[in-house]
Design a protein. Sequence first.
Length: 575
Amino acid sequence: MEVREDWKATTVYQIYPRSFMDADGDGIGDIEGILQRLGYLKWLGVETLWLSPVYASPQRDFGYDISDYRAIAPEYGTMESMKRLIEAVHAQGMRLVMDMVMNHTSSDSAWFEASRSHRDDPKRDWYLWRDGRGKDGKKPPNNWRSMIGGSGWHYEEQTEQWYWATFLPFQPDLNYRNPVVKRAMLDHVRFWLDQGVDGFRLDIFNAIFKDASFADNPRSWRPFPSEDSPEGFFQRPLHTIDHPDTLAFSKELRAVLDSYSHPSRFLVGEVFGSPEALKRYCGEHADGLHLVFLFRAMRTAFRAEAFRALIAEYEQHFAPPLLPTWVFGNHDRARSIDRLDGDPRRAALLAFVQLTARGVPFLYYGEEIGMTSLDTPFSSSLDPLAHHYGWVPDLLWPWMKRMGLFVHRDVCRSPMQWEDGHHAGFSGTKEKTWLPVHPNFRRVNVEAQRKDPNSLLWCYRRLLHWRRLLPCLARGEMRLFEDQRSRRMLLGYERSLAGEAWRAEIWLNFGTQEQALPVGDAPLAWFSSLEASVEEVAWLDRGVALPMLSEAALLVSRPTRLRPFEGVLLVHRHG
Ligand code: NOJ
C-alpha cells in the first residue's frame, strides 16, 4: 500500500514553549498555554507544530539539556498535558513534531551521573571519556574544538579523565559507538512515536559520531563557523562533524520512523554546511533524513538576483524526490525582520518566497506578526552561550556579530505578543515574565493584526491557505522565469502539478521602484502581498468560494505593474 507522505506538503510552525503562552501565571510559557492558543494556529493555517524541548531538564540551556527523555519539565506541564496536546493537535487535523536532542544529555541526567561517578561504572562508556595528554594528563586528549569555540574537553578531578561536549560543558556527548547507548536512544525515539508524535527536529545532528581514532583535527584559517560551513575556530572539524558514520546513522533512524507508516512521520535535521554537502544527510536514495534545515536563506541579501540564485541552487541540489526547506528564523538567530529594516512589506515578500517556492516552510513564532529582536543588555543575558562569551569586550561584539557569531539568544526568545494588554496577553503574572515582553507590543500584536486584512499576519494566513487550496504550491514542480531585463528587481517563477486544474505564476518586486510585469496570459484570479482582495477575505472568514473555484469563473485582467516590495500570485487554468 502506498504511504501518504503528508510531510512533503506541510507547513511547520516552531513554538518556543517558554515564550508562547503562559496559562498558569508563573511568567513562563507552558503546554496548557499552547492548548489555549491552538485555535489561533488553526485560524492561521499552519499544519505542523514543532515544539522546542519540553522534557525534564535543569533548563541551563532552556531544555536543550535533557535530564529525562520520558518526563515533562514541571514548568511546562505533565505527561498527561503533553498527551492531551498531541490529541488536541491531531483533532484539529494538525501534526506535532518534538525536538529530539540525541547528541548529548544534561550533565544532571542519571546516565551521566553514573558515568562520571567511577571509571568502572557500567555507564562509563556511555559518554566519551579519555585520558589527557602531558605528564600529569592535565592537557586535553586532542586538539578538538567544540561548536562554540575553545576545547570541548572537560576535566573531571574525581576520575582524572576528560569528557567530550560538542556544545556547552553541561551537555556531555553520548557515545554512539556503544550499541547499548544507541539502542537506548532509539527506544526514546520509539517511545514518543508510540505516543503519537509525528516526527522530530534533530538537534545538532551533524555531531552524533566522532572519529574512533580521536586523531587531531586539521588546522584551518577560518575564524568562525557559519551556516555554510562548520569549519571555524581555526580548525576543520574532520573528525567531529559530518562523520560518515553519522550519515549512515541517518538511514538507521529513518528506518525506525518508516516502521511507523500510519500516519507517516518525518525527521528534519539541524546540520550546517552548503546545500550540496547537506543533501548527503537525506541519503543517495532519499533514504536518510526526510529534510534538513537550509539556513542560507537567512543570510541571503534582499535582492531578486540573490534569491533567484538561491532558488536555483536549492533546485539543483534538492531536486525531487528531495525537498528544500525554507527557514528565515529560529530560537538561535536574530529576528528575521531586523534584516529587513523592520519593514512588513519586505517581510511579506519573503513570506511569499517561503510559502510559494518549492520546499517545506518553517515559520518561527512571532514571525507572522513581524516581531523584532528584543533590545536587552548582553551583560544580563540568560542565555548560557552569552555567559560562555562573557569575557569578550563589548567593543568586539558588533564585529563578532558581523562575522556570524550570534550568542545573545535572549533577543529572539521574548514572549509572544498576543494583544495590547498586560504582558501582551502572554501571562497573567503580576511579576516579571521570564524574559521581558518587547516594548513594541502595543503596536505589534496578534489582536491588532487580526483586525486588519492588509496586515503581515493576514498575508501569512492568506499564503498558508492558498497552499492548501492550490496543490501546485505544496507539491508541484518549480520553474524560474528568465527575465534578464529586470532581474535585479524582479523575481518570477511558476508552480505546476500534472493533473491539477491550476498553476500559479509568482512575481516579486524586491525594488523600491514600481516595476512593469512581463506581458502574459490573463489569470483566473490574482492576489497581492500588500493587501487582501475582497474575495479572499470572504473566502477565509466566511467560507465563500473564491471566483476561480466557481463554474462561472471569469478571467480578470492581468496586473501590469508591481508596487515597491509587492509580490503577486496569479492563478491560471492548467493545461
Ligand atoms: C542547537 C539548538 O538550536 C540550540 O538552541 C542549543 O543551544 C544547541 N543546539 C545545543 O543543544
